[in-house]
Design a protein around this ligand. Structure first.
Ligand code: UPG
Length: 378
């Protein structure tokens, strides 16, 4: 591919010419999709985290007429109640997942000097709470959702602490600042040519959408190395699709492989951003589950999109396409790395929280009074 995606260059000519002889092969459908993606892609300018501005706008639009006290009371049971009053932070005494609350508070506390009074309900469960079709309506902050929910997305706790604890990260994955440096360093030290020519995945069976790849790996170990690990809910080999649980593998070890897979778990999985930093090609399965930053990631530019109901044959076809078109794969790998490295820094996370809270606070139609049941956090 002769031109770069940087500076908004549209690479269609170079791309078409190079692959014209394959226009009528079984791969033509993929070429068409890549070409289309390149035509419409523009790089976003991330000054003041503006790549994600539309996410805040979309999530808050439904509350455009304002949020009143009754609405807030209705959703109080859907998460942990927080108040910001005179630049202090208050919270329900109990938090369902204390380390997740700490992971959230880390960011809010930083911003307190700049924040007006407000109150908010923050859901620390994996699952979003405000369905568009049924149940109650009101503002609830959740880390992940699908298009079926009105939850307001916030940058997950796990950017700092409270991420899933596995034996390799016993305190839970967190410290995105440290992971970024560590994975980025290994990615830069591992030459594309030296990466292992296999698709790789390690993780637990939090969604059956992962099964097709695991089965493909069992049948084609020369093409795929994908195995289930244990999580806290593991009871028997049935939970690892009738195989013994595999050893866990660090994020940096993932970078040795050329093709990495991301799947939803219960909701979105935190691994997406980590594996994008590997400078390997990320196959992202399913487009339904979102975190706030996904909107800036474009299919065929930053990752390979894969349908959530893909069969093992579909996965094999896509992996083989990438093996055959190594230059296409390398470019997606590099652009995937760049978007996360440049646009998902710790400062972008803080910036997003600030914009989100300032815009949200403007929607509150009542004067927030201190709730005596809350404890002071900062
Ligand atoms: O060998 C391994 C196995 C896992 N991980 C990481 O550990 C985390 C947990 O992995 P996994 O057990 O596969 O769980 P997920 O399904 O990715 O995440 C679950 O846990 C999250 C936190 O509760 C939720 O947000 C998700 O929706 C839920 O599915 C992920 O970041 C993985 O990348 C590794 O680094 N190496």
């Amino acid at each position: 591919i002769e031109c770069s995606l940087e500076d908004n260059k549209k690479c269609t000519n170079g791309f078409e010419n190079k692959y014209i002889e394959e226009a009528n092969t079984k791969y033509s459908i993929i070429f068409k999709q890549i070409e289309e993606a390149r035509k419409t892609f523009t790089t976003c300018n991330n000054t003041k985290c503006s790549c994600y501005a539309s996410v805040i706008e979309n999530d808050l639009k439904i509350f455009g007429d304002g949020i009143d006290k009754a609405m807030m009371e209705k959703v109080a049971s859907k998460g942990t109640k927080y108040q910001i009053i005179d630049h202090h932070l208050y919270r329900d005494k109990n938090c369902m997942f204390p380390s997740r609350c700490s992971g959230i508070e880390h960011f809010i506390i930083k911003l307190l000097p700049k924040l007006p009074n407000m109150e908010l309900i923050i859901n620390t469960r994996d699952w979003p709470q405000i369905h568009k079709e049924y149940g109650i309506f009101g503002p609830v902050f959740s880390f992940s959702k699908t298009g079926d929910y009105h939850d307001i997305m916030y940058p997950t706790w796990s950017f700092w602490e409270g991420g899933p604890a596995i034996s390799l990260y016993p305190r839970g994955i967190g410290r995105w600042d440290q992971h970024r440096e560590e994975i980025g360093k290994v990615a830069n030290e591992t030459a594309w040519e030296n990466k292992i020519l296999k698709a790789f995945f390690r993780g637990s069976r939090t969604s059956q959408e992962r099964d097709a790849l695991i089965i493909l790996s069992r049948e084609n170990p020369e093409l795929v190395d994908a195995k289930y690990t244990k999580n806290q809910a593991w009871k028997s080999d049935a939970d690892t699709l009738y195989a013994s649980p595999a050893e866990e593998v660090t994020f940096t070890e993932h970078c040795k492989y050329k093709y990495l897979f991301n799947f939803r778990g219960v909701a979105a999985s935190f691994r997406f951003k980590h594996i994008l930093l590997c400078k390997s090609v990320v196959f992202h399965v399913g487009h339904e589950w979102l975190e706030f930053f996904y909107s800036a990631l474009k299919p065929w530019i930053h990752y390979v999109p894969v349908d959530s109901n893909s069969r093992k044959e579909d996965l094999k076809f896509l992996i083989e396409f990438m093996k055959k078109h190594d230059d296409v794969a390398k470019e997606i790998a590099q652009d995937g790395f760049k978007i996360i490295w440049n646009n998902l820094k710790m400062t972008d996370i803080v910036c997003y929280w600030r914009k989100l809270l300032l815009k949200y606070a403007k929607l509150l139609k009542y004067k927030v009074k201190k709730d005596p049941n809350l404890i002071r956090i900062s």
